[in-house]
Ligand binder design. Sequence first.
Ligand SMILES: *Cc1c(COP(=O)(O)O)cnc(C)c1O
Length: 403
Amino acid sequence: MIEKVGHSEFSVNEKGFYGQFGGAFIPEMLYPNVKELEDNYLRILNSEKFQTEFRGLLKDYVGRPSPLYFAKRLSEKYGAQIYLKREDLNHTGAHKVNNTIGQILLAKELGKTRIIAETGAGQHGVATATVCALMNMECVVYMGAVDIVRQEPNVKRMLMLGAKVVPAESGSKTLKDATNEAIRDWINNPVDTHYIIGSVVGPHPYPDLVARLQSVISEEIKWQLQEKIGRDYPDVVVACVGGGSNAAGAFYHFLDNKKVQLVAVEAAGLGVNTDKTAATTARGTEGVIHASRTILMQTEDGQIVEPHSISAGLDYPGIGPIHAHLFKSERGTFVSATDDESVEAGFELCRLEGIIPALESAHALAYLKKAKFKKDDVVVVNLSGRGDKDLATYIKYFDQEKK
Ligand SMILES: *Cc1c(COP(=O)(O)O)cnc(C)c1O
């Protein structure tokens, strides 16, 4: 069920690379921590004990399997058979908890008693604080001081769940500064602490670890489609990409099936040709970010360019190495959606299907308008999260629309 490394040309190889991307470009001091994880993660993930606990919690705590819902009115509008993978119905409202549940079980097996994480929008921080409460583990979440002000409700949630939220006061006081603080903490606490990374980014083995934990999404899509249409694969899978964990999970079991088109939607912000964008493959170049060789938005001398997206979860200047490889090898179709297109697609889903999507997921939905489908095409859109957290942004647009 869980394959070895190198099982596919699109999975990680023994050296921790996807094609030319990935690796572990870490400071010497971090080597023992990362090595311990690398040496143990596959053994633990493949163990019966882990699988039983992981599957049990996904079922009874997260509420999996998440439904695969045939969106009738959306299908009529776009002339295809459109299904929504309802990750928005998970406990905590998004796919992120699939990963944090898996990693906290892994941490427990490694004998760790303390969890650290970094968060930008606060979604990963909340998913981490949630599983720490569940497992009675100490939880420290690093967050940029600017983000703490911008994302107050999520900060309050983390505190309610018993986590400690530590502001990162250096640099731009946002996600990358919080990441630096988390790495510093991990170097200082190598024995008792596990660092839960929230997407398919960071040094090997994190991208592979997170992709495997999120692969439950496509594992379910396969049997759910088999039940519904008598065929266990769609023609198209669409997912938004910030770091790329929900997309990696939705693509995972279809990577080697070339009949399935894999569509990754990046956040164009105000437009790919403006300086307010997060469309990494459109604007980025190859380099190293968060200890991994990938594609990122950087200046000519290698300074990271601040990204922009209306959705906090897609506001990231890089993509995970698996996606850099899917892009470079042309196995994946990389497109983008602007802030406006995405908000519009979000409103459309509200009115046609009675579902308020996260602004991140609305980017994936925005692809429907641009795509050319045949009537019988089976299209799965990964609805990565629900939109409650984005109400203020939606309402601001709604009020403007009425004027
Ligand atoms: C965090 C988040 C994303 C972006 O993260 P990925 O790792 O790219 O999946 C997308 N959707 C939602 C709802 C999120 O919370």
